[in-house]
Design a protein. Structure first.
Ligand SMILES: [Zn+2]
Length: 338
């Protein structure tokens, strides 16, 4: 077992002094815990500053965080990027640093500048899972997950019995958006759809926000930019093409969840959130529940509505907070392990 290299002393009960939630548009900072005010700053990102070099943007990020950390502070930072949870190395983030693909050891840069501070970096999905677990886990829940479906798709699962968030040798877990999509193949027009990572036929190619727009385009329903505005109202109006679009884009998510429950029957509670789930609201929830209710084989007999009620939580806008999750990370240390 390898524990994160960037944690404070194991089991330290001291509260996090600085928490941060870093996204492509905003950086949110809070010093002193949940009752303290949140400071919101424009992110030093490629999205906000397309003219600046990646090196300059990274330098600004390090500077911003080092300026915010009180002397000797313990920090917890939620980062909107694929990140090695064991070392704090960032594998890449298009909104922050564009197409720059070389891994960047952000934690090392922070430690060099501020060795007095203990730096803990996690991905924002991990932070959201920690917040979800703190706010929704009931007694008896053995494993708990959080699935986000927005511009990308990712999921994290925590083991509540052992207080662990397991990761692989790269410090990753649940980057499922870039796995091959499981579809029935009933719609040949959506074969070969590109993914943001450069590959084709990934889960995110079909089921993410941009994926839904690509599917709509292939079906000849709408031009990509118009779909986001059109779809919720079209679903309200029971538009058949909108129904078909939703069905196709939910299908690989439903199949992924079937596989997950088949392999891990103790995954007792799953939160779903992100822009797609929030934006399509009850339409998305009902379609996913409908598909999961259907039997596909003796090994997958279909889930009753009571069964689904107990296990699925559709999180509306503002229900989970990665900043709050970062502040709650102390409870999981040193439980983020490979
Ligand atoms: Zn991909």
């Amino acid at each position: 077992m390898t524990s994160p290299a960037v944690t404070a002393g194991a089991g330290s009960p001291a509260p996090t002094a600085l928490a941060a939630d870093i996204g492509g548009t905003w950086v949110r900072l809070r010093v002193g815990g949940a009752q303290a005010p949140v400071e919101k700053l424009r992110s030093p990102s490629r999205l906000n500053h397309p003219d600046r070099s990646v090196e300059a943007l990274r330098e600004e990020m390090v500077e911003l965080l080092c300026r915010a950390a009180p002397p000797g502070a313990r920090t917890a930072i939620s980062f909107g990027a694929a990140i090695d949870h064991l070392t704090g190395t960032v594998y890449g983030s298009a909104p922050l640093w564009g197409s720059e693909a070389a891994p960047y050891d952000l934690a090392a840069a922070l430690r060099r500048r501020r060795p007095d501070v203990s730096w803990l970096l996690v991905n924002d999905v991990t932070a959201a899972l920690v917040d979800f677990a703190a706010t929704h886990a009931r007694p008896g829940v053995r494993r708990i997950g959080y699935l986000t479906i927005s511009s990308g798709i990712a999921m994290r699962v925590a083991d509540l019995d052992r207080n662990l968030i397991p990761v692989d040798g790269w410090g990753l877990q649940g980057e499922i958006g870039h796995l091959p999509a499981m579809t029935s193949g009933s719609e040949p027009r959506i074969a070969g759809l590109p993914c943001a990572c450069g590959a084709r036929d990934h889960l995110a190619s079909i089921a993410s926000g941009p994926g839904i727009a690509s599917v709509a385009e292939r079906l000849g329903i709408a031009e990509a930019p118009a779909v986001v505005r059109w779809l919720p109202g079209a679903l309200d109006a029971h538009h058949p093409a909108a129904r078909r679009l939703l069905e196709l884009c939910v299908e690989p998510v439903a199949n992924m969840l079937r596989t997950l429950w088949c392999l891990d029957p103790h995954l007792d509670l799953l939160g779903l959130g992100g822009g797609v789930v929030e934006g399509l609201g009850s339409h998305y929830a009902e379609e996913l529940r409908r598909q999961l209710g259907a039997a596909t084989s003796y090994a997958d007999r279909g889930r009753g509505q009571d069964w689904l009620d107990e296990r699925l939580v559709f999180c509306g806008p503002g229900r989970l907070d990665a900043l709050r999750g970062a502040e709650r990370l102390g409870r999981w240390l040193p439980g983020i392990v490979a």
